[in-house]
Structures are given as structure tokens and as C-alpha cells.
Design a protein around this ligand. Structure first.
Ligand SMILES: Cc1ncc(COP(=O)(O)O)c(C=O)c1O
Length: 431
């Protein structure tokens, strides 16, 4: 957990002229610093409404609607967003000087901070613009020949499946998909399914750390260990896992890990990370070409031409905010909010949950289906009648409404969602 001095230093060191720090920042620093001294465990802290009210107010969000789709993309707290805007303005002064010479070198200190936070070596960590970019670097950058097999599941993110589909059309690779149960209640079963699907020609395995359809957490370390034993390289899609679940990338034992930072880290929109194990860097082609002398350098994946520096630097303030909350406390609050709506709806036999909520197997995200009510119509109704944002899940084997609150979500907002669904259970959807 961040100390008072650490948080103040992280949020009060702008690159050039100081951003005017409103009184609200000072208040937030005090609240987080007090929290750092608080001896209570995460579960008890998760119920401290005085603390979470301060966090709710730290996000300059539009409360005229209820955003329960934080799994899609998240707003940043003001301490992150203001600094990001400040750096954009600074960049615009004389971009070749202010952006390239003044701001850009600071990426290296942010790289170190981020590597320490996610549990890997800084020389194994590249900044990207999102998880899609991180994962596609690996999906397209690893040599495969016609007939080589890649293994995924039937619940991986559509864009990542599309990347392999393109490679199939282009290079003749073979795609095999493991079917995963919904809800996914048994880790042994998941590992067995992957074990049974690995064959002689399997070269690459892509799996989600957190499945976007249901929020289910997969036993990634076990599947990666299995793949390693069989000589199969692994790419983990961690779009939803960074700053949502407490873990260290190095403990997963994967070869590659890609994540967005504009979801659960609350970093500026357009930020992601790519971890690539040191010995795999030279074996992975960048999506955009780099010089040969960069072959073994993780920064070759950042050679994308001129682009704004402000988003990646904003990761520094996002980390300070995240560490101020504390990873365990943040997850406990997210689970508390999730359980509030689920406990309120669960009594009705028509409510089917597609997410197993066993501790460690899900965080903020869960997906619900109301039998007899088409999920698409429910999502539309929630938005049109109540201005509640949720995400429609439509999979060939199941459908539902994905609900993902965040640390800034109020209890009243959760209750508004519950009341709206109760009304549908009672009266059906309006015709
Ligand atoms: C599992 C998963 N992978 C990858 C992505 C792509 O993330 P982004 O759009 O930030 O690149 C998402 C987006 O929601 C996702 O849920």
C-alpha cells in the first residue's frame, strides 16, 4: 500500500508548470493516506461508505446515467485525467521539443513503476495502446507455417479469434477451440480440456485470464504450466485482469501477456501493456517494423511512429491512485458491489447467473440472464427507460446481460439497477 508521502509525490510532480491542484486533490490524498494506516482487512474496508464516497467523488463522471459497463472502458479519476490533459497541452507547445524531448524520456520511469506493479522485469514490458494491439503483436508476430495449430477457447474475445482467422486465411494455420462450460465451476476440468486438445502440431495457446463474456477467471498458471511441459508457447489475454485481480505476471509462467490499462487501472483511454518473456522477445516480430539491432529490445514493439506520449505517462498517476486504494481492498469493494445486485435478484428462479462467484473465480464482472426475457430487449429497456448502461452478451451457447460496476459506482446506482430488473420480473418488459 502507498504511504502518504508516496502518494503525494506521485501525484504532485507534474512535468513542467504545475497543474493547479484543486482542494479536492488534497482531500483525496488525506483520505488515501489515512486509509493506508487503517488496520481493517479488505472485507471490512469494502463496507466503509465514508471512504468509498470520497472515491466516488474522485471520478468526474456523468451521474445523469448509470454506467454499469466498466468492463468496456473506464473513466479515469480527476487526478489522472487532469494530468493527462495537462500533458497534452504541454505537448502542443512545441511538440518536437516538449513532447519528444521533455515528456517522452519519462516513459522509462513509468515503465519501471508499471513493471514493479504488475510483477515483471522492466525490460520485458512494452507500452501499447490497448490489449488488442498487445495480443495481435504476438498473434501475428510469432512464426507459424501452414498446418501449425493454435489453440484457443470458444470464449476468447472475438477480435483475438479474428486475428487467428486472418492468419488461417493468410498462412494456412489450423485453429482449434476448447469448449468451456458456462458457468465455469471446475478448474481441474478446464485444465483437462486444454490438455486433451494439445496435439503434435500445437504451437501456440491463447487463453483469457478473465473471460469477457462472464467475468470468469481461468486457472491461467496451471494451463501455462501444462503448455510449457508440452513445448507450446502461451499468450494470455489479460484485458480485464490488470489492476482488477491481485497477481504478478511472472507467477503465471506465460510467454506473453497483453492487457488494456484503460479498463481496471483507470489509466487514460488508449493505454495497454505487453509483457514478453525476455528469451521470447527476439523470437517475436513487431507489428510495425523495427531495426535489426532492436531484435532483443522490448521497445521494438513501441516503434509505431509519431503518437501522443500523454496517455502512457498518465499510467503513473493511475498507478498511484490504484496503489492508494490497495489492490486487495479495491477487489473486495468490487465484489461487494457485485454481490449487492446479485443477492437482490437471486431469489427469483428465473434469474440465471452465468458466472461462478466462488472467491478467486470472479471479480467485478458477472453476467445474468432472465428466463423468458430476451437479453437484447432487457439491455435496450434498461438504457431507454432508466439510462442504465450494461453490455449485451450474445454467444452461440448462451446470452445475458453483463454487469460491471466500478469503485466509483454508488450503492444507489446498484439499487436503481436492481429496482429496474425487479420491475421487469414483476411486470415484464413494456410493449
Ligand atoms: C477479453 C478481452 N480481450 C481483449 C479486449 C480488447 O481490449 P481493447 O479494446 O482495449 O483493445 C477486450 C475488450 O473488452 C476483452 O474483453
Amino acid at each position: 500500500m502507498l504511504t502518504r508521502r508516496g502518494f503525494v509525490a506521485a501525484c504532485a510532480a507534474p512535468p513542467l508548470a504545475a497543474v493547479a491542484a484543486p482542494a479536492a486533490y488534497h482531500r483525496l490524498r488525506e483520505v488515501l493516506a489515512d486509509a493506508a494506516q487503517d488496520p481493517r482487512g479488505p472485507a471490512s474496508f469494502a463496507r466503509d461508505e465514508d471512504f468509498w464516497r470520497e472515491i466516488q467523488m474522485a471520478f468526474p463522471v456523468d451521474r445523469s446515467l448509470t454506467n454499469l459497463n466498466n468492463g468496456g472502458v473506464s473513466p479515469s479519476p480527476s487526478v489522472v485525467h487532469d494530468q493527462y490533459e495537462h500533458r497534452l497541452r504541454v505537448s502542443n507547445d512545441a511538440p518536437p521539443y516538449h513532447m519528444w524531448r521533455v515528456l517522452a524520456p519519462n516513459r522509462e520511469t513509468v515503465r519501471t513503476q508499471l513493471a514493479n506493479a504488475v510483477g515483471c522485469d522492466r525490460e520485458e514490458l512494452a507500452f501499447t495502446r490497448n490489449a488488442s494491439e498487445s495480443l495481435m503483436i504476438c498473434q501475428h508476430g510469432i512464426d507459424l507455417v501452414a498446418g501449425d495449430e493454435v489453440l484457443t477457447s470458444d470464449q476468447d474475445y472475438p477480435r483475438m479469434q479474428m486475428a487467428f482467422e486472418q492468419r488461417r486465411r493468410r498462412h494456412g494455420i489450423v485453429i482449434r477451440r476448447v469448449e468451456l462450460p458456462v458457468p465455469c465451476v471446475d478448474d481441474d476440468d478446464v485444465v483437462r480440456r486444454f490438455a486433451a486438445a494439445i496435439g503434435e502440431r500445437t504451437r501456440l495457446l491463447l487463453l483469457s485470464h478473465v473471460i469477457n463474456l462472464t467475468g470468469q477467471v481461468l486457472p491461467v498458471a496451471r494451463v501455462c504450466a501444462l503448455a510449457r511441459e508440452r513445448g507450446v508457447r502461451t499468450i494470455v489475454d489479460g484485458a480485464h485482469a490488470i489492476a482488477h485481480l491481485p497477481f504478478a505476471i511472472r507467477e503465471l509462467g506465460c510467454d506473453h501477456y497483453g492487457s488494456s490499462l484503460h479498463k481496471w487501472l483507470f489509466a487514460p483511454i488508449g493505454t495497454g501493456l505487453l509483457y514478453t518473456k525476455k528469451e521470447r522477445i527476439a523470437e517475436t516480430w513487431p507489428l510495425l517494423s523495427a531495426r535489426q539491432d532492436q531484435d532483443g529490445d522490448i521497445r521494438k514493439f513501441e516503434e509505431i511512429g509519431t503518437h501522443p506520449v500523454a496517455p502512457a505517462l498518465g499510467v503513473a498517476e493511475a498507478l498511484a491512485f490504484h496503489q492508494g486504494l490497495g489492490a486487495e481492498r479495491k477487489l473486495a469493494r468490487l465484489v461487494y458491489l457485485r454481490d449487492r445486485w446479485i443477492d437482490a435478484l437471486r431469489g427469483d428462479a428465473r434469474v440465471r447467473l452465468h458466472t461462478d462467484l466462488t472467491p478467486g473465480r470472479a471479480g467485478a464482472i458477472a453476467t445474468v440472464q432472465i428466463e423468458g426475457v430476451p437479453s437484447a430487449a432487457l439491455v435496450k429497456h434498461l438504457w431507454q427507460r432508466h439510462r442504465i448502461l450494461t453490455a449485451l452478451i450474445a454467444h452461440p451457447r448462451f446470452e445475458g446481460v453483463r454487469v460491471s460496476p466500478s469503485v466509483y459506482t454508488t450503492l444507489a446506482e446498484i439499487d436503481r439497477f436492481v429496482e429496474a430488473v425487479h420491475a421487469v420480473l414483476r411486470d415484464g418488459l413494456p410493449s
